[in-house]
Every structure is written in structure tokens, then in C-alpha cells.
Design a binder for this molecule. Structure first.
Ligand SMILES: *[C@@H]1O[C@H](CO)[C@@H](O)[C@H](O)[C@H]1NC(C)=O
Ligand SMILES: *[C@@H]1O[C@H](CO)[C@@H](O)[C@H](O)[C@H]1NC(C)=O
Ligand SMILES: *[C@@H]1O[C@H](CO)[C@@H](O)[C@H](O)[C@H]1NC(C)=O
Length: 185
């Protein structure tokens, strides 16, 4: 090692970096000291109609019915989250919260949602997302604003895309990849 300071730094760094035990396909985590960097990848099942609906409308504004963007529509949901796109694959989380159609010009919702992890090493932890979601754009970015337990002091972002949509049954599958840094305190 030509630079002794660099050699020392590399040895200390490799001591601090502990790669978490190989987990399930939908979650990957590494630890650097007190910092944990996690990637989560899964599918949200948005069932808006039929006997197994998990999303309901709760309120509308006087202009919602005439608005091209459904302005003022508020929905609440408790959607199933699975590691695979198939709705019959095992549950890994629920995503619970509300969306408000809050854009007068294009279809975009203001989201207030919590991912509640129900499987694996992060079972019982939550990740909170608040942000603007322009639902007809191919790829949307949403801010992670906080979390609990494994995700205390969480910061990060989520990339979300529509995976499939069945207008006849009001059922869509939405893909989420969440990149989150949290800190053990
Ligand atoms: C799907 O949604 C539309 C519009 O909200 C509604 O008219 C229709 O009855 C719904 N279909 C089912 C199967 O829930
Ligand atoms: C509703 O859920 C039940 C129980 O999981 C299932 O058997 C049924 O096929 C579902 N119905 C629809 C329309 O998805
Ligand atoms: C997740 O945690 C809950 C509450 O502690 C427990 O009942 C459940 O069995 C756990 N699920 C898994 C898949 O570990």
C-alpha cells in the first residue's frame, strides 16, 4: 500500500461495513456503522371494486364530478403488498393511507401513505411517504419522509410505476422500489 493513510482507512471501512445476511428477494440492506441502507422492491394491489375491494372513496368536492382531474376526490386504502406481481403470492406488507386528487390541470394526487412491513427481518417496521404522484406518468418519484423501528430517521425516495391495470374490474398492480437510509440511535 503506497499511501499508509489510505490503507488504514480501507481496513477500518471494511470493519465497519457489515453486509446483512442474504435476505428475501424483495429487501436488501447493508449497514455502515449506525447507518442502514435498504432497498425494497414489491407490488401493490389496488382493488377499487368488487367484493374484495381495499380502496374506498371517502369525500368529494363540489367540483369533483365536473373536474377532468377529479379534483377534490379523497380515497382511503389498505392495499396488499407482495414480492411478486401475482396477487396470490405471499404478503410482505400492507400500504395504508389516503390520496387526494389535488391538481386542477393534470391527474395528480397528493399521497399520505405508510408501508407497514409484515414479513421478513423488517416485520413491524413502517416507512412513510408523502408527496405528489402524477399517476399517468410512466415513472414517478415520491419522497420517503420517515419511518419506525428498523427505519427510524428514514430518508430516501421511492420510484413507482404502473405494472398492470384492468379497467373492467378496477384492479391495478403498482410496482414500488424504495431506497431508504435509516439510523440506529
Ligand atoms: C369500476 O369503477 C367504475 C367507475 O368508478 C364503476 O362505475 C364500476 O361499477 C366499477 N366496477 C366494478 C366491478 O367495481
Ligand atoms: C375475493 O377473495 C376470495 C378469498 O380470497 C377469493 O376466493 C375470490 O376469488 C375473490 N374474488 C374476486 C372477485 O377477486
Ligand atoms: C410479524 O410480526 C407479528 C407481530 O409480532 C407476528 O404476529 C407475525 O407472525 C410476524 N410475521 C412474520 C411473517 O414473521
Amino acid at each position: 500500500m503506497e499511501n499508509p493513510k489510505l490503507g488504514y482507512f480501507l481496513i477500518i471501512s471494511s470493519m465497519l461495513i457489515t453486509v446483512a445476511t442474504a435476505g428475501p428477494t424483495w429487501s436488501h440492506s447493508i449497514r455502515r456503522g449506525k447507518k442502514q441502507i435498504t432497498t425494497l422492491h414489491f407490488y401493490v394491489h389496488d382493488v377499487r371494486g368488487g367484493p374484495n375491494a381495499t380502496l374506498y372513496a371517502v369525500a368529494r368536492a363540489p367540483i369533483t364530478a365536473d373536474s377532468p382531474t377529479s379534483f377534490g376526490q379523497i380515497n382511503v386504502f389498505d392495499d396488499l403488498v407482495t414480492a411478486e406481481p401475482d396477487i396470490n403470492s405471499p404478503e410482505v406488507a400492507r400500504v395504508q393511507g389516503t390520496t387526494t386528487s389535488a391538481d386542477l390541470r393534470v391527474r395528480a394526487v397528493s399521497m399520505n401513505i405508510n408501508f407497514f412491513i409484515t414479513a421478513g427481518e423488517f416485520n413491524g417496521s413502517t416507512i412513510s411517504i408523502v408527496g405528489r404522484n402524477a399517476v399517468f406518468e410512466a415513472e414517478r418519484e415520491l419522497p420517503v419522509v420517515g419511518g419506525t423501528r428498523a427505519f427510524r430517521n428514514a430518508r430516501g425516495y421511492a420510484i413507482t410505476k404502473s405494472y398492470s391495470n384492468d379497467a373492467a374490474t378496477n384492479y391495478s398492480v403498482i410496482e414500488y422500489t424504495i431506497y431508504v437510509t435509516s439510523t440506529k440511535v
